[in-house]
Design a protein around this ligand. Structure first.
Ligand SMILES: [Zn+2]
Length: 271
């Protein structure tokens, strides 16, 4: 039972040789802003929005997929050039490694509307088949890894730390969670959602994994504590680095091979 570390992933150029590179090009971590503004038809769980009446339907259902892996988008007018470029770089990174394509909306009915005027970073999860669906990147969301994270929600993914098997790999320290924010640590099944893990190992380094201080109360103690690698009964996990305690580092907000693999498995019959 060997330790499952993924080293080198994509040789982006034949001249580049990675000895310990496990990430694709993204930026630093940023915990998403929680928004509690529920619309008439939507339920928001942290930075993910679900259609209320469909919450129990589950996103492993293929009807939440984008046809052909093509995601039409429209950007709110007036987005500053620098942000426009960052957004496109994030799309390009996903396109480069997956079969997903972001295309400028023309006549398509369903599309993501990328806005920046509201507070918070949030997205619908998957294609909700209701025409325009918002992906908002407010102030504080303009970090490369955060944009990639929200785009991957729109592709159809939840959070890694909400996987139904996560308690095998991490401990949620509820005593350190800010009051009223406990729902952010529910398991997918507790939210009535069905997500497939595609039998992929738990990915501590996933761009969809929150950091240890997510929703921490004023005492500033960690809310997500990765188990020590030595304590895991199975070492079949993905991680990028261990801290001094031998715990995998989380909250890296970088696109990893594991994330890419999951996207390609989700869409393998669609694009
Ligand atoms: Zn999220």
């Amino acid at each position: 039972m060997g330790i499952f570390i993924y080293v080198v992933i994509f040789n982006l150029s034949p001249l580049l040789v990675f000895s310990s590179a496990r990430f694709l090009n993204t930026d630093e971590a940023n915990t998403s802003v929680d928004e509690n503004e529920d619309g008439e038809f939507f339920t928001r769980v942290d930075d993910m929005i679900f259609l209320s009446r469909r919450v129990k339907a589950g996103l492993s259902s293929t009807r939440f997929r984008w046809f052909g892996g093509m995601i039409p988008y429209k950007i709110q007018r007036g987005l500053p050039e620098e942000m426009y470029e960052m957004l496109h770089d994030a799309m390009d990174l996903i396109e480069e490694h997956t079969c997903i394509e972001f295309i400028e909306k023309t006549a398509e009915k369903n599309y993501i509307y990328i806005s920046y005027s509201e507070e918070g970073c949030f997205s619908h999860v998957g294609m909700v088949n209701r025409g325009r669906q918002k992906l908002n990147l407010g102030r504080g969301c303009w970090k490369f890894g955060t944009i990639v994270h929200e785009l991957i929600h729109s592709i159809g993914f939840s959070h890694e730390h909400q996987r139904n098997d996560r308690d095998t790999y991490i401990t949620i320290a509820y005593e350190n969670v800010e009051e009223g924010k406990e729902h952010n640590f529910k398991l997918d099944r507790e939210m009535g959602l069905e997500f497939s893990t595609y039998e992929m190992p738990y990915n501590y380094a996933s761009v969809m994994h929150y950091g240890s201080m997510a929703f921490s109360d004023e005492d500033d103690e960690p809310t997500i504590i990765p188990k020590k690698l030595s304590e895991l009964s199975s070492k079949h996990v993905y991680y990028s680095a261990l801290d001094d305690d031998g715990r995998p580092v989380i909250g890296l907000r970088k696109l990893t091979w594991g994330d890419v693999r999951m996207i390609n498995l989700m869409y393998k019959d669609h694009c």
